[in-house]
Design a protein around this ligand. Structure first.
Ligand code: ZN
Length: 246
């Protein structure tokens, strides 16, 4: 089975459409790692699209919780909170209900794979470094744990005492063969708001028969996404950051 891995879409339909076009023919099923909404200007379109896709596994993100009233956004900075309030006002009742019903991670996909938004031990925890990754690997119950939340592509591997972390930078495609006996913690990056200095949208594909994860970066119409954010009256910093991928 080939799973399309979608994380941190953040209501950015221009990035989402570019990813779906790029991914055409590469996948059979879908995994969604949370933060469908927040920051971007098209929350309803994105939630509608994800609902239509009927993902095989999906977990909620912190911005999903804030937008549907499960969280008061008190941990958010000013701009994030403004966007959460704006998103809550835009969402249709049906989409609010859908977000409210999203499960908390981690969620098992099969014997190989599980998904979470932040970390397997805490859906809101940020895995930023090797120390975080070690804790997450201890908590993960399957050899491959896919996570999001940081908006930074990252690959951590552990084989016995050997532990390694890398950040795929630059290429439009990174291939990660999954070796037996090795444990993996992988972030394929964010579709709607990359933060590694590369404005291209990030997504992944897991092929569990070939035992490989492929991480992709796709250019999209950033100016169009910025226009939508400005037209919506959202903070202009949310538009500006898309151009620099920060
Ligand atoms: Zn996010």
């Amino acid at each position: 089975m080939r799973y399309l891995i979608l994380a941190d879409i953040h209501a950015n339909v221009d990035a989402f459409d570019a990813v779906m076009a790029d991914a055409q023919g590469r996948w059979d099923r879908t995994l969604v790692l949370g933060d469908l909404v927040g920051y971007g200007a098209e929350p309803n379109i994105i939630v509608d699209r994800i609902r239509e896709m009927n993902p095989d596994a999906i977990v909620r993100g912190n911005h999903d919780k804030a937008a549907c009233g499960l969280d008061d956004g008190s941990q958010f900075n000013h701009v994030a909170r403004l966007s959460a309030v704006w998103t809550a006002e835009q969402l249709t009742a049906g989409n609010v209900e859908f977000l409210r019903a999203l499960p908390m991670g981690p969620t098992g996909v099969d014997a190989l794979t599980e998904i979470c938004h932040g970390a397997p031990f805490d859906e809101d925890y940020y895995i930023f470094d090797a120390g975080d990754a070690r804790m997450a690997m201890q908590a993960a119950e399957r050899p491959l744990c896919l996570f999001g939340h940081t908006h930074l592509p990252a690959i951590y591997r552990k084989l016995d005492d050997l532990f390694e972390g890398t950040a795929p930078e630059g290429p439009s495609e990174t291939r990660l063969p999954l070796q037996r006996g090795v444990r993996y913690l992988v972030n394929v990056g964010s579709i709607g708001q990359p933060r590694d200095g590369d404005p291209r949208a990030g997504y992944g594909v897991l092929d569990d028969e070939e035992r490989e994860v492929r991480l992709f970066r796709v250019p999209y119409d950033v100016e169009k996404a910025q226009e939508r954010i400005r037209a919506a009256g959202l903070p202009v910093s949310l538009a500006n950051r898309l151009a620099v991928g920060r």
